[in-house]
Design a protein. Sequence first.
Length: 147
Amino acid sequence: MTWQALSMTDSTLPTDAELKKRLTRLQYDVTQRAGTERAFTGEYWNEKAPGVYHCIVCDEPLFSSDTKYDSRSGWPSFWEALDPSKVEMKEDRSYGMVRTEAVCANCGAHLGHVFPDGPQPSGDRFCMNSASLRLEKDDGETGSDDT
Ligand SMILES: [Zn+2]
């Protein structure tokens, strides 16, 4: 093995038991069992606030609101990942279809699917589940400190 493999920090990722406790049933089902939330039911499909969408499991920043767009699919859709190395693409042959599954490159959480019918410049549509994401909104307010 290379030094890269040795330096991986898998031990900092939450365990299955921790996830079961921390995540809602839907969040767990989507991220750990490649489930899909029902269209137009998620928290973020119609979210327009600026910010960064993090992985619900490991908190890695994955998408920016700058690349979010209204795909009218009922799921939060992006035309690009924050960093291509953060979202891993896998071939998914479930349900008799060939689709591209998108997973968090850091923890392996299922995020959604990528379709080739997105807007330019990328032409990709990252069709994500709200349940896989946590939006950290840009703080537009003037900094008020609690102390
Ligand atoms: Zn993750």
